[in-house]
Design a protein around this ligand. Structure first.
Ligand code: FAD
Length: 470
């Protein structure tokens, strides 16, 4: 059937779903997006922290993120990027040190000169490796220990791996660190002399506001607050979707009528809420799921047992991430890596990158803790998490006082990214399913990259090209 005659549903309005919606609508298909949250954007969505509207999770764009930059350009915000040279810090042995250039690396206190040389050589070597599939066969621990030595692994690599992967670092392949280092190098090799990080003025709230408008202009319908509960093939060959109203979100929808202090934003909810689904059945010619793999297995009961097992086999890493508006900056580092034991696994100071005017003159700091989806931290209240995190900040930064906290929000996501386990790419579920015209395309299919918006958009563009473009 020609695309122009097709009625297509997309499950999920993260960057994957939005990019697919755009390409399909441009090709003439009638597109409906179902999103269980009260706003579009998924992991990249924005929320209100005190008087500020900014990303729920810290986001930067690298100069080398060509796919992201192309989409931002297409929706008319290409000139709105700010590019900033940022600094990186390390909190190690109770001290905060800068590690933003070669000289600082050479002076880095916790490692002796030989260990530093091995560390530098490991990073350089990883940047040159092309055969990432071979690295999927080796555990990241074995690979890094072999290249950097036991001492450097224990002192540097292990805390950094645990910061992102928790205890699951033991099951993770060397392809994980290879992809991370490749992204770091891509930033340096993007034609700019220095490593520059970028953001769109107004943050992802603004990008998504404009993306929502753009899709509406192309005729895309977006059902917010609509959780898809089942997808079934009917006897007439069409695909039936049942979407239920996500009642947990009714109150949140009211709250998205924001009083943003940012001059760059309109009222996000007026733009992005096309409609809110009532409990309803709808029929489509094709359905594309962009939600996590285990959810896809749950909502498609007609998939074969083998397909469901393969989807459920993907292990995810989750996150509990605090966003704090503070009266004063903690430091001038965009990222502070932590090698000591602290309740969060890194510090991202957005206001070291973004003009403080965006935050009413205050600092915006993120405190992420990456955890397994069943970690007990998910059960803790906001007040409990805040107490532990703020107490740790007071110990780490002598000038910081809890009275400096203006606002403190906590995001909890159980499925953020799939763990790149050994032989990951061999076991990845395919995008085509045994149900004709039902596709599953999600971040589990990123096999040789890290999770970022650029990879996500690329995945959507490649999928569209292969399966829908003539
Ligand atoms: C802490 C953190 C920091 C990050 N930093 C960066 C960064 O600096 N730079 C960068 O480029 N990227 C960054 N990323 C990654 C980026 O956010 C992701 O690559 C991207 O948002 C993934 O988009 P997606 O569409 O694949 O998935 P998601 O954004 O997860 O979208 C999936 C959507 O499906 C919806 N959904 C799920 N189930 C259902 C259902 N049953 N019915 C209806 N809807 C459903 C969800 O609500 C969600 O909106 C970061 C992510 C995190 C968490």
């Amino acid at each position: 059937m020609s695309l122009k005659l097709q009625n297509i549903a997309i499950i999920g309005s993260g960057f994957l779903g939005l990019t697919l919606a755009l390409r399909l609508a441009e090709s003439g298909a009638k597109v409906t997006v179902y999103e269980s949250a009260p706003e579009i954007g998924g992991l990249a969505s924005a929320w209100q922290i005190g008087d500020v509207v900014w990303d729920k999770h810290y986001h930067v764009t690298l100069a080398s993120d060509a796919w992201t930059r192309k989409i931002v350009e297409e929706i008319g915000l290409g000139d709105e990027f700010e590019w900033v040279e940022t600094k990186t810090g390390f909190y190690t042995d109770g001290k905060l040190v800068s590690m933003s250039n070669t000289l600082e690396f050479l002076q880095f206190p916790p490692l002796d000169l030989v260990s530093k040389f091995r560390l530098g050589a490991t990073i350089f070597y990883a940047s040159r490796v092309k055969d990432w599939k071979a690295l999927e066969k080796i555990s990241v621990e074995d690979w890094l220990t072999k290249l950097s030595g036991k001492k450097t692994f224990e002192k540097m690599w292990k805390p950094l791996l645990k910061a992102k992967l928790g205890e699951a670092y033991r099951e993770t392949s060397a392809a994980f660190i290879w992809a991370t280092i490749q992204r770091m190098y891509a930033a340096r090799n993007s034609g700019l002399k220095r490593e520059m990080f970028g953001y769109v003025r107004g943050g992802y709230a603004r990008v998504l506001e404009r993306f929502g408008e753009h899709l509406r202009e192309k005729g895309v319908e977006i059902h917010l607050n609509s959780r898809v509960e089942s997808i079934e093939k009917s006897e007439d060959g069409r695909i039936r979707i049942f979407a239920a109203e996500n009642t947990e979100n009714t109150e949140k929808i009211q709250r998205t009528k924001r009083k943003a202090i940012s001059a760059h934003l309109k009222n996000l909810s007026e733009i992005s809420v096309s409609s809110v689904a009532n409990n309803s059945f709808d029929k489509f010619d094709s359905v594309i799921l962009t939600c996590p793999s285990n959810i896809a297995a749950q909502i498609c009961p007609q998939l074969s047992e083998t397909e469901k097992a393969r989807l459920e086999n993907i292990k995810y890493q989750g996150i509990v991430c605090a966003s704090a508006i503070l009266k004063k900056s903690l430091s001038n580092f965009y990222v502070t890596n932590i090698t000591d034991e602290t309740p969060f696994t890194g510090i991202i100071e957005m206001s070291a990158l973004v003009d403080k005017a965006e935050f009413g003159g205050n600092a915006l700091v993120y405190l992420p803790k990456y955890v397994a989806p069943d970690d007990e931290l998910f059960e803790k209240t906001d007040a409990e998490i805040k107490e532990v995190f703020v107490t740790a900040l007071e110990k780490m930064y002598l000038h910081f006082k809890r009275e400096d906290v203006v606002a403190f929000n906590i995001s909890r996501v159980r499925q953020v990214f799939p763990l790149p386990t050994l032989d990951y790419s061999v076991n990845v579920p395919p995008v085509r399913t045994s149900l004709e015209n039902v596709f599953i395309v999600n971040s589990a299919q990123i096999t040789n990259g890290t999770l970022n918006v650029n990879e996500t958009i690329q995945l959507a563009e490649r999928f569209f090209e292969k399966h829908f473009e003539n």
